[in-house]
Design a protein around this ligand. Structure first.
Ligand SMILES: [Fe+2]
Ligand SMILES: [Fe+2]
Length: 198
């Protein structure tokens, strides 16, 4: 199948657009979080935004690598997910989008690429879907913990770390104010989110 006439080329362009949008939305959420004094949520979303831009670059490079004609514009039909509300609802919205990417959109793009004979591209869609599943797990847990107000609690002992000064505290609950630097728990690193508990 000629790449320039394939559905896969259009799907890569759609995926590129979707990733750029997610990257932008996550930077907006990061800004909102820091305005609300939640430095830890800001840092988390900055990392997620960086991941989405890396996915966008991967899709961009695959178009560049496979096309045989100079490309000036690739027409796509795509949605622009939009929600501007309170932070928890924006996090929930983000988690829903991650879920649909990893359970529906990318598996279907991967299958089409496979059927059209683009093995490498099919594999990349699968790899990105796995990351989106991780993103979903993180955001889903973050939303649930914000809602139930137990973001700084863990069922088992956990090494809570102040993202400002590096102080750590082992326990089921984080400090509210860091005993070393006096920063509040909005600085406590949230790296435990999304890890499969077994
Ligand atoms: Fe992504
Ligand atoms: Fe993602």
């Amino acid at each position: 199948m000629n790449f320039d006439e394939s559905q896969t080329k259009t799907n890569l362009a759609r995926a590129f657009a979707g990733e750029c949008q997610a990257g932008a939305r996550y930077q907006f959420i990061a800004q909102k979080a820091v305005q609300e004094g939640k430095k830890n949520i800001q840092m988390l979303f900055k990392t997620l935004a960086k991941n989405e831009m890396a996915h966008a670059k991967t899709f961009w490079d695959l178009i560049a690598k496979n096309t045989t004609e100079p490309q000036e514009n690739i027409e796509i039909k795509a949605g622009y997910p939009f929600q501007d509300s309170e932070l928890p609802e924006m996090i929930k919205f983000a988690s829903n989008n991650e879920k649909s990417e990893n359970t529906t959109i990318y598996p279907s793009f991967s299958k089409i690429a496979e059927d059209e004979g683009f093995k490498e591209i099919a594999e990349k869609f699968k790899l990105v879907a796995l990351v989106e599943n991780d993103h979903f797990m993180i955001l889903d847990e973050l939303y649930n913990k914000l809602k139930s107000k137990d973001l700084y609690k863990n069922p088992t002992d956990y090494n809570w770390k102040c993202g400002h000064c590096g102080h750590t505290h082992l326990g089921k609950q984080s400090f509210e104010i860091c005993p070393l630097c006096n920063m509040d728990n909005g600085h406590v690193e949230l790296t435990y989110l999304g890890r499969k508990k077994c």
